[in-house]
Design a protein around this ligand. Sequence first.
Ligand SMILES: [Zn+2]
Length: 331
Amino acid sequence: MHEGLGRAVIAVDVGATNLRVGIFDLSASLLKVEVTRTPRSGGRDAVADLIKHIADNMLRSLGIRHVVGVGVGTIGPLNIREGVVVNTPNNPIRTFRLKAPLEEFFDAPAYVVNDCVAAVWGEFNAGSFRGAKNMVYITLSTGIGAGVIVDGHLLLGKDGNAHEVGHITVNYKYGVRCGCGGIGHWEAIASGANIPKFAEEVSKNWLGSKTVAYFLACKGSLTSEDLFKYWRLGDEFATYVINELVEVNAAGLGSVINVYDPEVITLGGSIAINNTDFIEKVIESVSKYAINRMPKISLTSLGEKAVLIGAAYLILNTPEELPKIQGSTHQ
Ligand SMILES: [Zn+2]
């Protein structure tokens, strides 16, 4: 191995489906990125072991010998003091360590936060609204979550779960149960994973035309991709479900505005990024649910890399709140 570039930051996005590992230089340029499937079996170090393997190969190929730090944005929930994912509903491994094994292997400090917390830190440092002191990043994806900055401070909470906005109750009538056990939660109705269940629930009382989307929904197999496709084709049932989802998302966003009073809300996640026509309808409906002055609402300018870029900034510009709650065992 030659001396090469010398120093770099490892950034990691541990998603429900995909694991992204990136190497950034100290001026925040992404040198290399690799995307693979997040491990769904193995022990408590299975995820960290794969990160170590991938990052180590990337460092070698780039000729980098010194890792300044490792930033991780991950699916939750977290024990943020330990940097451990605890009992996550989104991966059968359930509980896995990230901070300790990564610090030990790379001989550098590692910081681990919720993926949306990383993403809002990415927005704060590198997004098109950087500089705004009050911002919220929301992902509409397999799940629904947020990262929040108020008065320039990154909100973390006692366990690192300060902003589980996906579990805001937005509708008490539909009996759809959330992965957390609650009823009527934003995520239970409008997340990618739960849209088929919600559409099935709507189909039970449907009195309109029995369309293609309706028959798929009856079987619980109207996926979010199907739903958006049939909506664009003018399917009556799909249009009804979409209109319900517009209001549910608008109510969720309205609650976020009322609670955090942001200047800016940026939206990420596959449902938002892949369905801009739907998101425009959601944004049009938000104001009737908000009491606070409306913020700007737009898609993230960082695209699918929002979490990864934010993870890099956990090291490049460490939020002052983080070392207090997640002190590095590495020194
Ligand atoms: Zn819930």
